[in-house]
Design a protein around this ligand. Sequence first.
Ligand code: NDP
Length: 254
Amino acid sequence: MNTIYDKLDQKGKTVIVTGGYRGIGLGIVRNFAAAGADIAICGRNTEAGEKVAEELRADHVNCRFYTADITDCVQIDNFVENVVRDFGKIDVLVNNSGITDHTAAENINVSQYDRLMNTNVRGTFFMSTAVGRHMMERQIRGSIVMVASMSAFLANIPQKQATYNMSKAAICSMTQCLAVEWAEHGIRVNAICPGYIQTEMLTEDLAAAWRSMTPMGHFGEVDDVGAAVLFLASDASAYMTGSRVIMDGGYSCI
Ligand code: NDP
């Protein structure tokens, strides 16, 4: 029988992490690098992405950065094609890229709404279908992990962020629907739903309030999310699909 360590091993696997050069994405990339994966990162900031890829290569990780904006479906398709050309195949997709907006619902205009939904929902969906088609064509029993949020299940306070929460709820629904549609192809689809994680996305002026509402009394680390994503992507979670795993220090329990 394979041990848990064998099941977590990613040697020979190609993993895409969208937005994998900072914040939670970088925590995810570091966990996959430690597990031996070959890694493709995409995002809009070429300089920052190339720097992280270079640092990983210096550490003997087979890593490449690709400039791609996930709000543009042509760029998504080109990115996926280029990863297949360079790495030969894709085994794992981590949909990490996302943006937030703390505008009160009554003040949100159409362009703000579209920007957030086109990134968080449309980008995540078309990235998943582009990679899903590749996995089906090659009969790869792959794994897709969404970075959703505990905000999919609640309304945060004191900040107002309706569109963000709506987008993360859509990603959770997407997780269930794709998991069911693609189960026959052996493709698993799961979501990690983090609470407050220490990154640039956290605005310090609200940090004290958020901390006081978190039973564990502190924020999560990007490595905590990375470890859970590695588990969901790996054979260690072989019977999990359509799961939405909450990791929030107990925030959503009260
Ligand atoms: P960051 O802002 O640090 O990272 C977001 C990443 O998404 C960046 O790499 C960014 O790259 C990328 N991105 C944004 N827009 C696009 C785009 N159009 N095309 C491609 N890439 C894009 O945030 P976090 O690390 O905090 O968040 C990562 C994920 O985790 C998000 O989905 C977020 O919603 C989720 N999350 C975060 C929590 C937190 O407490 N921090 C809690 C729960 C969920 P660039 O802008 O350079 O293109």
